[in-house]
Design a binder for this molecule. Structure first.
Ligand SMILES: NC(=O)c1ccc[n+]([C@@H]2O[C@H](COP(=O)([O-])OP(=O)(O)OC[C@H]3O[C@@H](n4cnc5c(N)ncnc54)[C@H](OP(=O)(O)O)[C@@H]3O)[C@@H](O)[C@H]2O)c1
Length: 323
């Protein structure tokens, strides 16, 4: 099969399109013929191996999985023993380790039936970013109807889902994004949109019950100024700093949180079948629509990573793996 191969950490130029053996399918696993993959910020870190802390997950000295991409949509080609939910030929979407390839393997619990009304490209755009938004808003923040929710980075992969999910939970949503994306974020349902180029959300205007911060370009003090007295700040990036500064950025809110009235949280979103079904139902109900910025052919995955690294994607960057 054709796959994008990553032998070492480094610039996206090191990625190569090569022929390799199809991955073996184990007990409880499903092998999928990938029709579309999607990338997210984590793929950029995984390709470069920075921040170094990420290597605890992706392999200390060289990439553990060798193929980038976490998200896919395609059809089931083979199932391992004890798989009960799907069978060969089913259209599915989900998360895996290495979706920038014609075939990938994942646990049965990390996929679900592809939303019937969506293309493979749209479905592939959902898992990691959609679940990250769902887990933050539903499980960490437990957003209630009527709450004032601000999404920083509302036009990005996670943000475009977060705006729609927060809105469907009945929140009054404020999105923060750049000038070019204001109309798009409003079209997703945001009640208010701040253009970060001319509006400082920390300048002492509106205060929020929840800030879901996908950018982390502001200090904790700035963010807390924009929170109501018992509001919550969910930090969902932490990657703008390096070395000791990165550690401080990760640990400081966790140490501070018990000492202040604000709740300061980080979280890790883990893909699972049931929540993919929740997102599927939302697409069917018309409350969730993937926003796709660009679609690249598999061979141009390095260009897709380079584009994503610039930090200005409008929604998701998708890889067309072909039929
Ligand atoms: N906790 C978890 O388990 C989990 C899971 C998935 C992802 N994440 C994290 O979530 C974060 C966001 O990921 P993503 O995929 O959404 O990133 P992304 O798609 O690369 O976000 C890019 C967006 O950010 C906007 N942006 C750039 N600078 C901004 C600023 N100063 N203020 C407001 N918006 C700005 C850009 O809009 P403009 O072009 O207008 O600037 C662009 O639309 C990443 O750090 C990722 O690691 C965490």
């Amino acid at each position: 099969m054709q796959a994008i191969i990553q032998d070492h950490y480094g610039a996206p130029d090191l990625l190569q399109l090569r022929d390799i053996a199809r991955p073996a399918v184990g007990d409880g696993e499903v092998r999928v013929r990938v029709r579309a993959a999607a990338l997210h910020a984590g793929d950029c870190f995984g390709v470069r191996g920075t921040p170094f802390l990420m290597r605890m997950e992706t392999g200390l000295w060289k990439p553990k999985y060798g193929v980038p991409g976490y998200d896919f949509a395609g059809y089931v080609e083979a199932v391992g023993k004890s798989v009960t939910r799907v069978r060969a030929g089913d259209e599915v979407f989900g998360a895996c380790e290495g979706s920038c390839a014609e075939y990938t393997v994942t646990a049965e619990d990390k996929l679900a039936a592809k939303p019937s009304g969506l293309s493979f490209q749209q479905a592939a755009a959902i898992p990691t970013s959609g679940l990250a938004a769902l887990h933050a808003l539903r499980d960490v923040a437990k957003v209630q109807a009527g709450q004032q929710v601000m999404i920083n980075g509302a036009s990005g992969g996670v943000g475009t889902y977060a705006v729609q999910i927060a809105k469907s939970m009945g929140a009054e949503v404020t999105g923060v994004c750049g000038t070019d994306n204001v109309d798009m974020v409003r079209s997703l349902g945001a009640d208010h949109v701040f253009d970060y180029r001319n509006h400082d959300f920390a300048a002492g205007g509106r205060q929020f019950d929840l800030i879901f911060d996908n950018i982390e370009n502001r200090s904790l003090a700035d963010c807390r100024r924009a929170l109501k007295p018992t509001g919550m700040l969910i930090l969902n990036s932490g990657t703008g700093a390096k070395g000791i500064k990165l550690l401080v950025r990760i640990i400081k809110p966790l140490l501070l949180s018990p000492m202040v009235r604000h709740t300061l949280r980080r979280y890790l979103s883990v893909p699972n079948h049931d929540d993919l079904v929740v997102l599927t139902e939302m697409t069917k109900a018309g409350t969730l629509t993937p926003v796709i910025d660009r679609i690249y052919p598999l061979a141009e995955t390095p260009d897709a990573i380079r584009y994503l690294e610039q930090g200005h994607a409008k929604g998701k960057v998708v890889i067309d793996v072909g039929s």
